[in-house]
Write a protein that binds this ligand. Structure first.
Ligand code: ADP
Ligand code: MG
Length: 273
């Protein structure tokens, strides 16, 4: 491989909105056989909206007061749904992959997964992202959120399959929500309810099974898994830590660029060899 030919390849990538860390990245595109896709923010837009409240309406205001301290897309959606004028919160704490807690008007408020708030997960046939709300150790209800699938995700999954890659959907969200998104884009291998720290172990486990793994992600939660993957791809609008951990960045936030990147890299290697 001559360095010049490799750099021509990476230059062409840049024109298509694919930023490659270095020419050595191209080599790993040849052997990958599995592509792990983060759900929220990668296959979907990550712009969540509250679509329903189960329980007394005031749970939204309490939840939003606590979520005002959160940077999570779930937190931002809940604050937006509540509108302004939220009571102040003290003792705020965010527990990654589980939820948030805080004290509002003298009440202890927890918002997050059922295991975190002490609630039971309700049947979730609609495939929503569901967070439960507990006030003073009592679960008072739940907020249901939905997220749009990126319009190109389905075609992108088909293109990745066409390149011989097995797609796997990976998320911290509940299994029903993950299956619904998987079914819409054509992915049947779904790994859900994975804690942020365990995403990297999921990649390792697939590698231990002999698979050569590419991973696409956008979040702080994805950074370690992106670094562990044989080929890490970050969404352009993703967090800086994800972009730093990745080998390749998809500037246009479009999963079809992942297939373009792998196709282009393989073609570049063929020209050189
Ligand atoms: P994803 O892998 O989809 O990005 P996360 O790992 O960030 O999801 O979160 C997993 C789950 O933890 C969420 O679906 C939600 O139930 C809960 N959770 C995480 N952060 C929050 C938060 N700020 N407020 C409420 N729930 C949260
Ligand atoms: Mg994400």
């Amino acid at each position: 491989a001559t360095p010049t030919a490799l750099l021509v390849g990476t230059g062409r990538g840049a024109q298509r909105g694919i930023l490659i860390k270095g020419p050595e990245v191209l080599e790993s595109t040849r052997t990958v056989d599995t592509i792990v896709l983060d759900k929220t923010g990668t296959v979907t837009t990550g712009r969540l909206a509250v679509v329903g409240t189960d329980g007394p309406p005031e749970i939204l205001r309490y939840a939003a007061a606590v979520e005002a301290g959160s940077e999570h897309p779930i937190g931002r959606a809940i604050v937006a749904a509540a509108g302004g004028d939220l009571p102040p919160v003290t003792d705020f704490r965010a527990v990654p992959g589980r939820g948030v807690r805080g004290t509002v008007e003298g009440h202890e408020v927890l918002v997050g997964r059922a295991e975190f708030t002490g609630g039971a997960a309700d049947a979730n046939e609609a495939g929503h992202t569901v967070v439960t709300v507990a006030i003073d150790q009592r679960v008072r209800g739940a907020l249901r959120l939905a997220d749009d699938i990126r319009p190109s995700s389905r075609d992108a999954v088909a293109a990745l399959r066409g390149l011989g890659l097995r797609p796997v959907l990976l998320t911290g969200d509940n299994l029903a929500a993950a299956r619904k998104v998987g079914a819409s884009v054509g992915i049947d291998e779904v790994i859900a309810e994975v804690l942020p720290a365990d995403k990297v172990d999921t990649v390792k486990r697939l590698q231990d099974e002999g698979r050569v793994v590419a991973m696409v992600g956008d979040g702080v939660n994805d950074a370690a898994a992106l670094a562990q993957a044989d080929l890490g791809l970050a969404m352009g609008a993703g967090t800086d830590v994800a972009i730093e951990a990745a080998d390749l960045t998809l500037v246009r936030d479009d999963l079809t660029a992942a297939a373009d990147a792998i196709r282009l890299s393989r073609r570049t290697l063929r020209v050189i060899k």
